[in-house]
Design a protein around this ligand. Structure first.
Ligand code: PA5
Length: 460
């Protein structure tokens, strides 16, 4: 059977469908395909509508071809003075998760030239912010403030603290030189502030939603500052787009995965687990959770839809979540993410003299131990007949990272279109923000503050 052909094996109740990969940056193997209840015509119609929306709400599809944005990021990176050896990114949700996911995933790679240490601060937990303030030195640390709207509570309140620190260090010039703002090209408080303070800016394309923005300056600037090859990230993303538009699209990994998961949703499978056997993909799991939850958890025409995402890390979560998947309610489907490299080589020494039980590991590469644990877990889940997708990434590099970002974005948006909801909005998160503004006393929001207090039983 040629590499381009699909592989379909059946043995007893087990079914495996492997999307053809060739030299694609990852492979995808669907076990226990969800099957029934799904119309392919509905999928192709949804895909056509999604691709047609490339110049509208689905503008993220065009990002791999946005050469101007790539050049503007590389230009901005080139203009950062050499003295800034470190970068602190302020950004939350779609403005922070993708950058952190990418930075951690690519951390072991060799970086180019003037690589900097880049950190991302998201939460306003005072302890985390205090730690970041301790780490932040305006003399050698660039502050990159990322907010598409430019008005996010967390990012603005953090910015005030860091701006104060920078102004105390070197006045208005230090603020202009030491801050890069990534926000909407025209609107929002951060854009106005950048203009008045004279800070460097990069644009978030207005049509690209926050959680779909990792391949804009939002993710590309921090990754380029860390020395990674962002052109290759975009190249990996482009390969996914080419695949879903190509002639063999029914076997393209993203389409296979989307079909599988729509089928599972129709069957009432309510939790999707992204289980990475790789610590440096833990934050990628967080990025995925936001994408899946905020895009698909909506009120559709036929009622509420969505599926709860859960991120797991192997082998750690074998000692935590696995019991629930094996014997708890049958409401989970799992996507394994396994990485071929790069890994440090750690051969386990022969320590049988200390304890005979250690002999099992003697001479093995620690990666083989991790692999055995991952495979053992998958086998156990398959024995329980849980729906499982096995994604394998031979090399976790810039290209495969870009492909993974785009794979999950297209899959999510496509499923949103099939479900008949808008995967790009998030109306459900607004009420809590309005109440928070009211509780902080924003002028005009007093009623929200009072209503929040009432709902909280007056205790606040
Ligand atoms: O996906 C989204 O749009 C949100 O999660 C946003 O990314 C998040 O709320 C942060 O918004 P902003 O970039 O405007 O600060």
């Amino acid at each position: 059977m040629s590499e381009k052909e699909s592989v379909r094996e059946k043995s007893g109740h087990e079914e495996s469908v492997r999307a053809p990969v060739g030299d694609f940056p990852f492979s995808l193997d669907v076990r226990f395909e969800s099957g029934g209840g799904f119309q392919w015509t509905a999928l192709w119609e949804a895909l056509d509508r999604l691709l047609d929306d490339r110049d509208g709400p689905a503008a993220f599809l065009g990002l791999p071809d946005d050469h101007d944005a790539l050049e503007s990021v590389l230009g901005a990176v080139g203009r950062v003075p050499d003295g800034f050896r470190r970068v602190l990114v302020l950004g939350i949700g779609g403005s922070g998760l993708g950058a952190r996911a990418g930075l951690e995933a690519l951390a072991p790679l060799e970086t180019r030239g003037r690589a900097r240490e880049v950190r991302v601060l998201s939460n306003v937990d005072p302890s985390s912010v205090a730690d970041a303030l301790d780490w932040f030195d305006p003399a050698d640390t660039l502050l990159s403030v990322v907010s598409k709207s430019g008005g996010t509570i967390e990012t603005l309140s953090q910015f005030a603290l860091f701006a104060d620190r920078i102004l105390a260090f070197g006045g208005a010039k230090a603020l202009a030189d030491g801050v890069t703002i990534i926000t909407d090209p025209e609107s929002g408080p951060l854009r106005a502030m950048a203009s008045s303070a004279g800070c460097a800016t990069l644009d978030v394309p207005p049509l690209v939603g926050g959680r779909f923005s990792v391949l804009t300056p939002v993710g590309l600037f921090p990754l380029a500052m860390a020395g990674h090859d962002i052109a290759r990230i975009l190249e990996g993303a482009r390969r996914v787009i080419d695949g879903v538009k190509g002639p063999d699209r029914s076997m393209q990994p993203t389409i296979r995965s989307a079909v599988h998961h729509i089928g599972l949703m129709h069957q009432g499978v309510s939790v999707r687990v992204l289980w990475a056997y790789c610590d440096r993909l833990a934050s990628f799991g967080d990025w995925f959770c936001q994408l899946w939850a905020e895009s698909l958890g909506k009120v559709g025409e036929s009622g509420r839809v969505g599926q709860t995402p859960l991120r797991a890390v192997g082998s750690t979560d074998q000692h935590s979540l696995l019991q629930l998947f094996m014997e708890g309610p049958r409401e989970h489907c799992l996507t394994f993410l396994r990485v071929g490299g790069p890994w440090p080589h750690l051969e386990v020494p022969d320590m049988t003299a200390l304890a005979p039980a250690l002999g099992e590991f003697a001479g093995k590469d620690l990666k083989d131990v991790l692999d055995a644990l991952g495979k053992g877990t998958m086998a156990a889940l398959l024995e329980e007949q849980l729906p499982l997708v096995d994604m394998q990434v031979p090399d976790l590099d810039e290209e495969s990272l870009g492909a993974l970002f785009m794979h999950f974005e297209v899959e999510t948006a496509l499923i949103g279109y099939v479900l008949g909801i808008d995967p790009f909005d998030q109306p459900g998160v607004e009420t809590g923000k309005l109440f928070a503004h009211g509780l902080m006393g924003r002028t005009g929001s007093e009623d929200y503050g009072r209503q929040a207090m009432r709902l909280l039983g007056g205790r606040g």
